[in-house]
Write a protein that binds this ligand. Structure first.
Ligand code: KG4
Ligand code: ZN
Length: 414
């Protein structure tokens, strides 16, 4: 049985609460006017236990998060049963905290929205079973959320962005390009054929033992690479971007990872150091891998923009490219993408870093978007299952490849 406080304990000032509740019964909110919908969002698809309460206009009433990054950094990657255990230990506290900070009573929620796909099975399971108990206890509608849809729609919480827009989602677990035509209407233009760019950067950082580097020991792999790259010279290593001949919008990062692995091995031999020690050329390698990653992402995105414009899927004069996911916080990669958007007369938009990475706000906001459009709101939760693998939208990547659009060369002077 869940012990979420419905009334007592949630509020520090009961008298204020009574006033708020009274006002809300007339759809009047203190400080704002006529807000109707409030959604609790719950996210546990990977290694963050997160929850938030968001209202119809995108106001974040409360948020809480428990990150497992530190634990997984020590083990050199996410061990699913460990992630599951940590989600179990934290979910009740995190949800309670998000509600308490919001100063709302759970009975005021319009719905509960939870990530049910895609992600780590053991992690998704914790969020889903907790949410279903809560839904049952509070008798609220349930909104199952696709994690990637939530990432893609986050920009509409922070900026006034109309459909359609193009989105590039790049993180440790995802890499895709999609055209967003509506809340639940996506065309998938391309995706990584193997690993995601964040995963590759994490592996390179681990191989370079950056966790032992005094400036990088608490950083994620990608962040450590970005940090070190600033001190390096990318021209010391010539690493070619992958898939140069494939005229589609798919990505690949595992070949790149192997090339870098080989380069590191060779350098270790040359410098006469053991695996696990930090190479003197680590910063140069970081700069080269970051540059090649940026060029690869930029090229495929450039082709996606040209494809969408050619097919009239995006506005000719006012097209928007949204970039999100943990890797989108990399400023070097953003600059590369800016070169592309400048060359194609597009506007580049990124959510603020805290909303680029996994969070509860994006899930709650996706719930609001779905409530507004009346899409996928469940009043009966029987048969709801999590789905570790789940594509996003209609896959037209083959058609994109068949169009074989040649991308003009851009000078990547970053
Ligand atoms: O979105 P996120 O928090 O989680 C998922 O993977 O879903 O993204 C985490 C990923 C990690 O692979 C991390 O190394 C990468 O984003 N990352 C970065 C940067 N900060 C985080 N990659 C490149 N540059 C950064 N500054
Ligand atoms: Zn994510």
């Amino acid at each position: 049985m869940l012990i979420l406080n419905k009334t007592a304990g949630v509020f520090s000032k009961p008298s204020k609460r009574k006033v708020y509740e009274f006002l809300r019964s007339f759809n009047i909110y203190p400080g704002t006017l006529f807000l109707h919908k409030l959604v609790l969002g719950i996210e546990t698809s990977c290694d963050d236990t997160a929850a938030a309460v968001v209202d119809e206009t995108g106001n974040v009433l409360g948020e809480a998060m428990h990150s497992q990054t530190e634990v997984h950094l020590k083990t050199g990657g996410i061990i699913p049963p460990v992630a599951q255990q940590l989600h179990r230990e934290n979910i009740q506290r995190i949800v309670q905290e998000a509600l308490s900070v919001s100063r709302i009573s759970p009975s005021e929620l319009s719905a509960i929205a939870t990530t049910i796909k895609p992600g780590l099975a053991l992690s998704l399971g914790v969020g889903l079973s907790f949410s279903l108990q809560l839904v049952d206890q509070l008798k609220k509608p349930f909104i199952p959320i696709h994690h990637m849809e939530a990432h893609a729609l986050t920009i509409r919480l922070t900026n006034k962005v109309e459909f359609p827009f193009l989105v590039l989602l790049i993180s440790g677990g995802h890499c895709l390009l999609a055209l967003v035509r509506g809340v639940s209407d996506f065309l998938l233009l391309g995706k990584s054929l193997d690993i995601a760019p964040g995963d590759m950067l994490d592996k390179v950082a681990r191989r370079l033992s950056l966790i032992r580097h005094p400036e990088c020991s608490t950083m994620s792999g990608g962040k450590a690479i970005e940090h070190l790259a600033k001190q390096g010279n990318r021209f010391h290593f010539d690493i070619k971007p992958p898939m140069q001949r494939a005229k589609n919008c798919d990505f690949s990062f595992s070949g790149l990872q192997h090339v870098i692995d080989k380069t590191i091995m060779q350098k270790e031999k040359e410098e006469g150091i053991e695996k696990g020690q930090i190479l003197s050329s680590a910063a140069d390698i970081a700069a080269a891998v970051q540059h090649t990653t940026a060029c690869h992402l930029a090229k495929r995105t450039h082709r996606a923009i040209l494809f969408c414009k050619q097919r009239n899927l995006l506005s000719q004069s006012n097209a928007v490219l949204v970039v999100s996911g943990g890797v989108a916080s990399n400023l070097y990669i953003r600059k590369a993408l800016e070169i592309v958007t400048n060359a194609t007369q597009c506007t580049l938009l990124c959510p603020p870093p805290r909303l680029c990475t996994d969070n509860g706000i994006m899930i709650a906001w996706n719930g609001i978007e779905r409530l507004r459009t009346g899409l996928g709101i469940l009043h009966n939760i029987e048969g709801v299952r999590y789905e570790p693998k789940c594509p996003l939208g209609v896959d037209i990547s083959k058609e994109v490849g068949e169009a074989a659009i040649k991308v003009p060369r851009l000078k990547m002077k970053i």
